[in-house]
Design a binder for this molecule. Structure first.
Ligand SMILES: *Cc1c(COP(=O)(O)O)cnc(C)c1O
Length: 450
């Protein structure tokens, strides 16, 4: 497409294995258009291509059968001057050589700049692909990491944006990867941080209730369904959000593990808790769909008094209301399956406190003061569910409802400030782009000019 548009590019950056055939096309173009030898073309492609992997599991990579590959590429490998075996060798996974042509292996072999998407994910990636580099020990496997980041202007609430314009200086959006800029959040009064958050919480609750109200009047939905979709939500109650793709490894049902214990937490008469779930399952992910059904069933159960809700149509709009409006962002994937995760970053920069297992970006982000951790280095459903209940009962709920002389939760708001200051500079898209520039694009450009 770029060629047809007449756009010349010097560096190719592949996001995951899906587009990796583009590497062969580059080889072909260097041979046919720039009259390079096969060896020169392959060397140049390796030197000037970047491969980012997002998957922490070999089974989740694209693999095509050799028959199918032969069908489509029979003429192509000849055109490149390769034998069939030479051509296939780029996609052979040493751990499963007969499985077919592996697109991630192609990316790893044909790009000499490679990265995972968090520090933790790079450890996992080195371990699962070390055989591609014929290494026994993962230490020297040449895969670096660039932790993902989020686009702050997109995800930050309006009140906070206006406040930062005043407090951080008008240029803050151009300096958003600098800790010193964010340290000025200290100057914002805790009460003001709380009030801005409370406004977003009211907006979230109104948004949810209004959607149910429309459904109620348009379709005449069952009252239990209206309850399960959030019509009874209350902005004064501690609110936990769980919003992400509904799939097994993210364990959406984990907090529902022990309903007796959860009921006591949710229905505590002085200090109640409500939980808002949202997310979609991939159309072919039946376990994922079952999890949504289960959550919806629990949400319809009157014993939870309408304090557990499942919202439909998770997408950018719903996500914006949630990351700004809930108090706690729950994330409990099966370790080490979450390569990075980004929704907790969107939450944290709005002061929504991250409550997460030590997977993906959280081992880099968690300071002990800017949110909470769940469980240990490995996952176990029962142990992790109990860890969630323990931390809720002993830390999160008491902190949220603690009132001193003030009429708002001051200690909570101070924690929100810590989250904003410590997380925003390091998990912004600007920091991420700078990493890619400094680690890959600029060094490659310099090499090309030599
Ligand atoms: C941020 C976001 C995601 C990704 O969130 P994870 O934490 O990586 O699961 C998915 N969907 C929407 C709508 C988002 O805004």
């Amino acid at each position: 497409v770029l060629e047809e548009l007449g756009i010349k590019y010097s560096i190719l950056h592949l996001n995951e294995g899906h587009p990796a055939f583009a590497l062969f096309e580059r080889v072909r173009s260097f041979i046919e258009d720039e009259k390079m030898s096969l060896e020169e073309a392959i060397k140049k492609v390796k030197e000037t291509s970047v491969f980012t992997t997002h998957t922490p599991l070999q089974a989740a990579t694209d693999v095509y059968s050799f028959d199918m590959m032969s069908n489509y590429f029979r003429d192509y490998w000849q055109r490149l001057g390769l034998s069939k075996d030479q051509f296939f060798s780029f996609g052979i996974n040493p751990d499963a050589p007969n499985a077919g042509f592996n697109m991630t292996v192609l990316g790893l072999k044909m790009c000499h700049q490679r990265n995972a998407v968090s520090k933790k994910h790079s450890e996992v990636t080195k371990e699962i692909w070390k055989d591609v580099f014929a290494m026994d020990d993962k230490e020297n496997v040449p895969i670096e990491y660039v932790t993902n980041g989020v686009h702050i202007p997109t995800w930050l609430g309006d009140e906070l944006t206006r406040t930062y314009d005043k407090v951080l200086g008008e240029q803050w959006q151009h300096l958003e990867d600098e800790e010193a800029v964010w340290s000025r959040v200290e100057e914002i009064e805790a009460e003001k941080i709380w009030n801005m958050h409370y406004t977003n919480k009211v907006r979230l609750v109104n948004f949810v209730r209004e959607r149910v109200r429309q459904k109620w009047s348009n379709e005449g939905i069952d009252p239990l369904v209206a309850m399960a979709e959030g019509v009874m939500l209350d902005p004064d109650i501690l609110t936990i959000g769980f919003a992400r793709r509904m799939t097994s490894y993210k364990r959406p049902n984990l907090i529902l593990h022990d309903l007796e214990r959860l009921e006591k937490i949710v229905n505590n008469s002085d200090r109640p808790v409500q939980i808002i779930f949202t997310g979609k399952a991939h159309p072919s992910d039946n376990p994922g769909k079952k999890m949504i059904q289960n959550i919806f069933k629990v949400a319809q159960n009157p014993r939870f008094k309408g304090r557990i809700a499942f919202i439909e149509d998770y997408g950018e709009e719903v996500a914006k209301y949630l990351v700004r409006g809930v108090d706690v962002w729950l994330n409990n994937p099966e370790i080490p399956m979450e390569a990075c995760g980004t929704s907790g970053m969107k939450a944290s920069l709005n002061g929504t406190l991250h409550f997460s297992g030590l997977d993906g970006w959280w081992p880099e982000g968690y300071t002990g003061e800017n949110g909470w951790k769940i469980g240990e280095e490995t996952s176990d459903d029962t142990r992790d569910a109990n860890a969630i209940y323990d931390t809720l009962e002993n830390e999160i709920v008491p902190l949220f409802y603690r009132r001193g002389k003030e009429s708002f939760p001051k200690a909570w708001a101070e924690k929100m400030k810590k989250a904003i200051m410590s997380i925003s500079p390091h998990f912004s898209a600007r920091r991420m782009m700078k990493d890619y520039l400094e680690m890959f694009y600029v060094p490659i450009s310099k090499k090309i000019k030599e």
